[in-house]
Write a protein that binds this ligand. Sequence first.
Ligand SMILES: Cc1cc2nc3c(=O)[nH]c(=O)nc-3n(C[C@H](O)[C@H](O)[C@H](O)COP(=O)(O)OP(=O)(O)OC[C@H]3O[C@@H](n4cnc5c(N)ncnc54)[C@H](O)[C@@H]3O)c2cc1C
Length: 533
Amino acid sequence: MVNSQEPTEIVVIGSGASGAAATWRLAKDGFRVVCLEQGPWVVPTEYPVTRANWEELVRTSWAYHPNIRQTHADYTVNDDDSAVKVLMYNAVGGSTIHWTAHVPRFHPSDFRVKTLDGVADDWPLTYWDLEPFYDENDVMMGCSGIIGDPANPERSPRQMPPIPLGPDGERMAKAFDRLGWHWWPSDSHVNSEPYRGREACNNCGPLGWGCSRRAKASTDATYLPEAIEHGAEVRANSTVFEIVTGSDGKAKGVNYYNEQSEACFQSARAVIVACNGIGTPRMLLHSASDSHPAGLANASGLVGKNLMFHVYAGASGVFPKGEEPVYKGPLANIIMSQEFYETDPTRDFVRGYTFQMGRSSGPASTAIGGVPWGQGHHGSFDARFGNMNGLGVIGEDLPIETNRVTLDSERKDRFGIPAPRVEYKLDDNSKRLLSHGVKQAHTALLEAGAVEVIENAHSVNGGWHLMGTARMGDDPERSVVDANCQSHDADNLFVIDGSVFVTGGGVNPTPTIQALALRTADYIKRERDDLRG
Ligand SMILES: Cc1cc2nc3c(=O)[nH]c(=O)nc-3n(C[C@H](O)[C@H](O)[C@H](O)COP(=O)(O)OP(=O)(O)OC[C@H]3O[C@@H](n4cnc5c(N)ncnc54)[C@H](O)[C@@H]3O)c2cc1C
């Protein structure tokens, strides 16, 4: 028996970075919004940071990889044929529960790679179209940082001063200075001061697995409480099974399973999909119907194709022992270098990458992460623990149709929805880019005084940025949504997560994802009065 819920104006599927932002903005603008989220609200005191055994928890029930974690809300991802493993978190707040909160913006050039470099496609919008929404997002999430970065356009004053660089950040910055390379304090959605009811970071624990002080912005603590104040309803533990369409091809609402696993129908005048670059193509492909036989919004055949992750590699330096081991607090959002960001015709690859400085792992991860066993273990552990800095290379991977998400023919979740099957290979441009990045990282770490440098040629467990699988564009034959994130095939269906990226840039994607979500909500407010009522 299907329980029919009271009709609403807008249903948002997913409450992560993008879904929460759109839910807030639409509710603020007077729309009736229901946000359906398959995971639960997470209680901040339950985060691993509060437990002595946090390093065990982050390898089991709090692992980045959903296949290892296997919570009630997680669905299996078949990434057996992918050179990069898919990482995400499924709960209210989505992957912002687990994220590092390093928030650089795209460069203006990232929207024009076809024009500039003759590869991939240009976006149907520019950096300047997104700029006001980047700013709006910074106010809501709270940005620690400092303006004046010469590698990026001038931007509005940050809400808080930058995260302190610390002795290791200063050491790395001086090395970049000596090499004559760009560096800048990272923009971070981690509070360096108390901000909008959330405390400042006090470096109490590993920031990557949730912050119990709420110093790290996650959307369950930023957008959603205010969205609820504006009248939005966030229905947790509600797994959407399919988007329902009528004979006119338009979305009518969604079928979902509620907290009691009962089948329900939620009627709506518009549906917004915000399930991330893997969950969204899975949802669209699974919502095939008579009017959309190849999957919803898939007349172009591009849903699921052109998956991008960013290619990730780097090097770690072991430095002379400091006064205190550094492995807590902000870990990879202290400083960045964009010396090699833009295409340089003297190099053997197009586009480029960002260096993100990282800090040491906890004691257990250090002990099992490369320190030799047997004789010499203790000496080597002692030299490394808390004394390491990494330079991660976040490289732009270009869209390729054979890198893709399809529906798995065998694996299913507990409601019978097929698992996403992910196929992904690195192309030659990515390989050359990474090899350049690792070499330069090595040079910079030695310049900073590292006594040993360990190279990582390609990080398999680096699938934290999920992009490209429902790309935007003006041409319905070559894209899934338009510049307003509206489906070419159904004008009351929107996709607002990283799926819509045309290209991936060489930076972490979330500010761009959230700016696009806010811009879509703004478009709906300005142009779509037909969705009210
Ligand atoms: C370990 C880690 C570190 C990261 N660090 C950074 C960083 O420093 N900077 C940065 O910019 N980005 C970072 N990211 C990436 C960032 O978290 C994502 O880009 C961002 O959260 C994506 O937002 P989203 O809204 O597209 O998807 P998500 O935040 O993943 O949210 C999708 C939501 O949809 C829900 N959902 C999916 N399917 C269904 C369904 N059928 N029914 C109901 N709900 C559903 C999911 O449960 C989830 O809550 C990191 C990610 C990880 C995993």
